[in-house]
Design a protein around this ligand. Structure first.
Ligand SMILES: [Zn+2]
Length: 119
């Protein structure tokens, strides 16, 4: 994992799988205070029926919980530490959640991520 700075928020990026780890509170910082973003953050639900493989939290090594974000389909599944250390985003999921938050197109984070993942 390497540390990346996205708009003054330090995130951990895995160069092997393209996943991103955000410490607790960092997603809020990235999304900012837009109304859409707040709604999205309040829409997190634990998915106890998920059949996706569970990951381990990189900080406490506990199995993470599957979280469903938003109500639009297809739903976006995320992994969340049960202790609240933070959130894991598989490749592309951070962009997905930012898209769902309907941040404006000039948003710096969107651009940074687009640059990062362009191959
Ligand atoms: Zn943890």
């Amino acid at each position: 994992m390497i540390a990346l700075e996205l708009q003054e928020v330090e995130v951990d990026y895995c160069t092997d799988c393209g996943g991103i780890w955000l410490d607790a509170g960092e997603l809020e910082l990235l999304l900012g205070n837009a109304q859409n973003a707040k709604q999205l953050l309040h829409s997190f639900k634990i998915d106890s029926h998920s059949t996706e493989k569970t990951r381990k939290c990189p900080i406490c090594l506990k199995k993470m919980q599957k979280i469903i974000v938003g109500s639009s389909t297809p739903t976006l599944p995320l992994d969340k530490c049960p202790r609240g250390d933070g959130l894991w985003f598989d490749k592309g999921e951070l962009q997905d959640i930012l898209n769902r938050a309907k941040l404006d197109k000039d948003n710096k984070i969107q651009k940074l991520l687009a640059d990062m993942f362009r191959k």
